[in-house]
Write a protein that binds this ligand. Structure first.
Ligand SMILES: Cc1ncc(COP(=O)(O)O)c(C=O)c1O
Length: 356
């Protein structure tokens, strides 16, 4: 069933809808999908709004059989003035195209990405929490829905946006297990693409971390198992002395939009940030020398979370709170959600694109 958007905007909230603080992350989905089909002969079709629960996926499709799916995670926030904006949507659109290219899928043009994203927010406008109390998380997903059991690029795809209202991330700290055996990605593989296979490869590591009492996994490089990569859904930063280090974009980790935002915010305050390999041994040496500072993870879902410990079987690295993350998290929240009215130093207003 395809419903015309004008009949839906804005979709009403169910009567027992929770307060923003009780939404959490991952539990509540908006009622509609905003979709556009693609065939290799006809190109992109016009967007449609369709009830989420009614959208079928065929067992013999490319997405089900071969994991032909790439996606994004992007947040829409309500500003002080009540209007809703997306955070760095063009960067998410560009990354989706790069992921699609890696998996030989059609690349959604930026205009289509924006058209669907705008419609997704407008249809679910009432699901966007008030300013400062959460966000509407958008999950744009491109997948092969053609039924074909032969291995080849698919000839029919769907580009579909599901939405999920979520709470503002709760303050917490994390302990990470540096996984010594399993790997998430290797050079030449899919690590830089936001595709289901990477998360499928990662879920075993997450379980192993949890079994050992850790919150999440810190992935290490595939060849030597010594260099930090990223966490399950976050890029990593560590402070040594006055410098902040983050692993380079070497094709094995995701080029996080939050990572880029944080690098820029840090550099603007005069902090030296180096995109360079960070080994566990180097961190252990810094710990012994007393110069190991804060560590933190960043990503769209969690924003910025301080990491207190990274350990494998042999090394136990503990990261003190040097105060760096408190100001940085506040600066990131302000730039994502929009600063208080009258603030003159809103230098990244172009990162927010109004959609209502
Ligand atoms: C594996 C992985 N790394 C890093 C990130 C952070 O990326 P971003 O800041 O663009 O959300 C995510 C989240 O999307 C992720 O899934």
């Amino acid at each position: 069933m395809h419903l015309p958007p004008e009949d839906l905007i804005p979709a009403p909230l169910p009567p027992d809808w929770p307060e923003p603080e009780a939404l959490g992350f991952g539990q509540y989905l908006g009622p509609y999908l905003i979709e556009a089909g693609h065939s290799d002969t006809a190109g992109w079709a016009a967007p449609v709004v369709t009830p989420r629960a009614a959208a079928p996926v065929a067992v013999a499709s490319g997405v089900t059989q071969y994991g032909l799916s790439v996606f994004e995670g992007i947040k829409a926030y309500r500003g002080h003035d009540g209007r809703v904006h997306l955070f760095r949507p063009f960067d998410h659109a560009r990354r989706l195209r790069a992921s699609a290219r890696r998996l030989a899928m059609p690349e959604p043009p930026d205009e289509l990405f924006m058209q669907l994203a705008r419609l997704a927010v407008q249809v679910h406008e009432r699901y966007v929490p008030p300013h400062g109390r959460g966000a509407l998380y958008l999950r744009p997903t491109l997948f092969a829905d053609e039924e074909c059991l032969g291995l080849r690029p698919a000839r029919h795809h769907r580009f579909s946006i599901a939405v999920m209202p979520c709470s503002d991330p709760a303050p917490k700290t994390l302990r990470l297990w540096a996984e010594p055996e399993l790997i998430r990605a290797a050079p030449g593989g899919l690590g830089a693409a936001k595709t289901g296979a990477n998360y499928a490869a990662g879920i075993g590591g997450l379980l192993r971390a949890r079994e050992r009492g850790y919150d999440d996994v810190a992935w290490l490089d595939a060849a030597t198992h010594t260099r930090l990569g990223e966490a399950g859904t976050m890029n990593l930063f560590v402070q040594i002395g006055a410098e902040v280090l983050t692993p380079p974009l070497d094709g094995t980790i995701l080029a996080g939009i939050t990572r880029d935002s944080v690098i820029r915010l840090l550099r603007e305050t005069g902090t030296r940030v180096s995109e360079q390999a960070v080994s566990l041994d180097e961190l252990a040496t810094a710990q012994t020398a007393g110069v190991l500072g804060t560590a933190f993870g960043v990503g769209t879902a969690a924003r910025l979370v301080r990491i207190t410990e990274v350990s494998d079987d042999r090394r136990f690295l503990t990261f003190p709170d040097t105060g760096l993350t408190t100001d940085l998290a506040a600066a990131l929240k302000a730039v994502q959600e929009g600063p208080a009215p009258g603030r003159a130093d809103d230098r990244h207003s172009d990162w927010r694109v109004a959609v209502t």
